[in-house]
Design a binder for this molecule. Structure first.
Ligand code: VG1
Ligand code: CO
Length: 543
């Protein structure tokens, strides 16, 4: 088979965001676009000669063809072995596990996560380092630099490989090893959780519904929940991965997973329900009559993790992204362990997990995980919840009530303004930045500001500094607003406004969220001038 060197020129805008490079699918399918980026990844890691990489994706449109291109490029670069999920499928946490378990040099994950897929929707490529985690900024900066100077890429002239059957195939000098995408991951889950207890819970009549949203977790959830744990067939819905996710957004939140919310609020509610996203790293937890806020879920799991065998020895510490509610901070305080506050994006947890400083991590965006891999992990969160419920015998709603009574409640919501004019959004934040010094002492909607700043993070392990990570406004009494722009969108700018207030009055623990946060929501608009500056009167999505 012949290696071809193709001349190319740099393509603008190949800068990885919060989680890899995400663009509209036709952009990725354009001449040299995927190839330039992949070659730049190879350049940034010093080439792939003699190396072993993991490859897989969430099955969205173009996943299969992109995987064939990457295999030919890795072979042209002299890779020793590429471990690829059958059908080029791997959930993000399963890829992270394989990268670690097989001691590889990293991996490439094809996904735009919760963004919709299809010929006119989104595609993405992400590189994970040998620890199994998303490349840290130092690596993504090198990848970006390489995209700006690239002059050629190497690719093997060869036909597509048959990735439908596990086994080994030779591609040039490279071994392509096709593996069952589920097996190693399922084994890892069984090592962490008390499967007997969960089986017993389900055998006792506890009912559950898992919505795979036509995305990658279908086969994983079928094998684990229905297979290993004995949930009746049909407990996993939308289980067949489809290239356009059945035409929906594979985003597990009350907007895109509304049918699941309707189910738990209706007469046929199961005891437990959950959903995951396109690439299987997010989770949404629901119970009869209740939707659990991701920030609360992190706090509950931290408080009860010791019920699962994998965490019985206790937690070394916990970490949350800055905009995530501070509910977990109270649990950490009670447990006497450290709580770290990092910028948005899982890559910032990697060093803390590697150094053993944190065992559990989470984000308000439905991401929860632990040191078992270096990515957030949707099914893991579902299984830990089931293990906790099997241990306490409580319902989801009673678990939340007990938690709020013990720790107080951080009422929380996030308002997203999507596809806002980028210049206007940036100008709004720039104006706010200029006023940060003057805000303390001023009142908005009857709330007095105590502190305001722009979040910067100094990694306690390697000292790397990340600036410009979101504007924070703290009010007297514990309320908080955070403003930041999304780093995963593909159209204009997405403004995220994170709103929170703390209540520990036992009489006020079960009020509607929008009612408790009404002042804080008004203050958020008054302070930044969202309506006036963006022309939007309402957020597009409230989670
Ligand atoms: C969003 C979330 C962030 C998450 C990231 C990747 O980023 O806010 O918490 O880590 O998506 O998740 P942003 O920059 O758009 O706010 V996933 O499941 O899309 O890999
Ligand atoms: Co995801």
């Amino acid at each position: 088979m012949q290696k071809i060197t193709v001349e190319t020129t740099p393509i603008e805008g190949q800068k990885p965001g919060t989680s890899g490079l995400r663009k509209k699918t036709p952009v990725f399918m354009g001449p040299h676009y995927l190839e330039n980026f992949v070659q730049s990844i190879f350049t940034a890691i010093g080439g792939v000669a003699g190396k072993t990489l993991v490859l897989g994706g969430d099955g969205r449109y173009f996943n299969d063809r992109a995987a064939q291109v990457i295999l030919r490029m890795a072979a042209a670069g002299g890779a020793a072995r590429i471990i690829v999920g059958q059908g080029a499928l791997l959930s993000t946490p399963a890829a992270s596990n394989l990268i670690r378990k097989r001691g590889t040099d990293g991996g490439i994950i094809l996904s735009a996560s919760h963004n919709p897929g299809g010929p006119d929707e989104d595609f993405g490529v992400k590189f994970n380092t040998p620890n199994g985690g998303p490349a840290p900024e130092e690596v993504t900066n090198r990848i970006f630099e390489a995209t700006r100077t690239i002059a050629s890429y190497d690719i093997l002239e060869a036909q597509d490989l048959d990735l439908s059957v596990p086994g080994e195939i030779k591609l040039g000098e490279t071994v392509v090893e096709v593996v069952d995408p589920v097996a190693d991951y399922a084994e890892l889950m069984e090592s962490l959780f008390d499967f007997d207890a969960i089986r017993g819970l389900i055998a006792g009549g506890f009912t559950l519904c898992f919505d795979a949203m036509h995305a990658v977790t279908g086969p994983y959830a079928k094998a684990i929940l229905e297979g290993a744990l004995g949930a009746p067939e049909g407990s996993v819905i939308n289980a067949l991965p489809s290239p356009d996710f059945g035409g929906g957004h594979p985003d597990p939140n009350p907007i895109w997973a509304k049918p699941l919310v309707d189910l738990v609020m209706g007469p046929d509610a199961p005891d437990f329900a959950a959903a995951s996203d396109g690439d299987g790293d997010r989770n949404m937890i629901l119970g009869r009559g209740i939707v659990v806020t991701p920030s609360d879920s992190l706090a509950v799991l931290a408080a009860n993790a010791a019920l699962a065998p994998g965490y019985a020895r206790g937690l070394s510490g916990v970490a949350r992204s800055m905009p995530t509610s501070r509910a977990v901070d109270r649990v950490a305080e009670a447990l006497g362990i450290d709580c770290y506050e990092t910028p948005t994006g899982w890559k910032f947890f990697g060093n803390l997990l590697d150094a053993g400083r944190a065992t559990l991590c989470g984000e308000e965006s439905a991401g929860t995980g632990s040191d078992h891999v270096r990515e957030k992990d949707g099914l893991w969160a579902v299984l830990l919840w089931l293990n906790v419920l099997a241990g306490t015998g409580l319902s989801v709603a009673d678990t939340m009530r007990a938690h709020w009574r013990a720790y107080g409640r951080n009422y929380y919501t996030r308002h997203d303004y999507e596809a806002v004019d980028k210049d206007k959004a940036e100008a709004m934040l720039e104006a706010l930045r200029g006023r940060l010094g003057d805000l303390p002492g001023q009142s908005f909607a009857g709330r007095r500001i105590e502190m305001s700043d722009e979040f910067a993070y100094d990694d306690p392990v390697d000292g790397a500094r990340s600036t410009g990570q979101g504007i924070r406004i703290h009010f007297e009494g514990g309320a908080r607003i955070v403003y930041r722009l999304s780093g995963t969108g593909t159209v204009g700018a997405t403004l995220r406004v994170y709103l929170e207030d703390f209540v520990d009055d036992p009489a006020r623990l079960e009020l509607p969220v929008e009612e408790v946060l009404a002042d804080v929501i008004s203050a958020a608009d008054e302070i930044a001038g969202i309506r006036a500056r963006t022309g939007r009167s309402e957020p597009d999505v409230r989670t």
